[in-house]
Unconditional design. Structure first.
Length: 225
């Protein structure tokens, strides 16, 4: 039987890790050499590009640099150590920002900006992932990274703020949530995240994770973007 090989755009469901999808595909296809072109946190959903077979895993750098689009729900008034709903509460505020103030502060996060990676992230410093330092209670100095952001308010009813975001490689939406909360004097953390697009691949063209099997994979498998 010919092995499955190619790019598989998957609509990840909430509650699983990015590696869980790799394991799932290995089990279904029998192919051991499988990777992906960018992780999503367990609570997040949406587009992930799975790379199946050695020919495609070797090309991963060509896909990790693609721009991305997200829909992100922020909860204002509460900050957490992970900048998302899975962390411990570190600060709270009763301040209620107006829509006008949200619009004004969001202008600070448009275009080319510098962003500091969160401590709870897989970014490596001196060969060790930041979240490993964080779990040991060690705070590490992180150099700011230049990213490009285009943010638009979809809806706002305190404490929930829904944003549509287009961004470049290396952007941390959790950091955006935390930084915007600080700018508003209200604190904030990320409570929902859906990746709508990676490069030209929209979530509507992806195979739902729970529908992955040998019969459905060929309908979504690509040899190029």
């Amino acid at each position: 039987m010919q092995k499955t090989s190619g790019l598989l755009p998957v609509d990840k469901r909430a509650g699983c890790t990015s590696f869980d999808i790799v394991t799932q595909l290995r089990r279904v296809t029998g192919e051991r050499t499988i990777g992906h072109a960018g992780t999503l946190d367990p609570f997040a959903t949406g587009v992930m590009i799975l790379l199946i077979g050695p020919l495609f895993t070797k090309q991963s750098m060509a896909y990790t640099g693609l721009d991305k689009e997200y829909e992100a729900e922020l909860t204002l008034g509460i900050a957490t150590d992970t900048y998302d709903l899975e962390g411990k509460v570190t600060n709270q505020s009763s301040h209620l920002p107006t829509l006008k103030s949200v619009e004004e502060k969001l202008l600070l996060f448009q275009g080319n900006i510098f962003q500091i990676p969160p401590m709870f992230s897989a970014k490596k410093i001196q060969g060790k992932k930041l979240y490993e330092y964080a779990r040991q209670g060690v705070l590490v100095q992180r150099a700011p990274i230049e990213v490009t952001l285009h943010c638009k308010i979809v809806s706002y009813q305190f404490p929930k703020l829904l944003l549509h975001i287009r961004c470049s490689k290396g952007t941390y939406i959790r950091s955006l949530a935390n930084d915007l909360g600080i700018a508003l004097g209200s604190f904030a953390h990320l409570t929902k995240l859906r990746r709508l697009k990676v490069g030209p691949l929209a979530v509507e063209t992806c195979i739902p994770q729970d529908e992955i099997n040998l019969q459905t994979i060929p309908n979504f498998l690509k040899q190029t973007l």
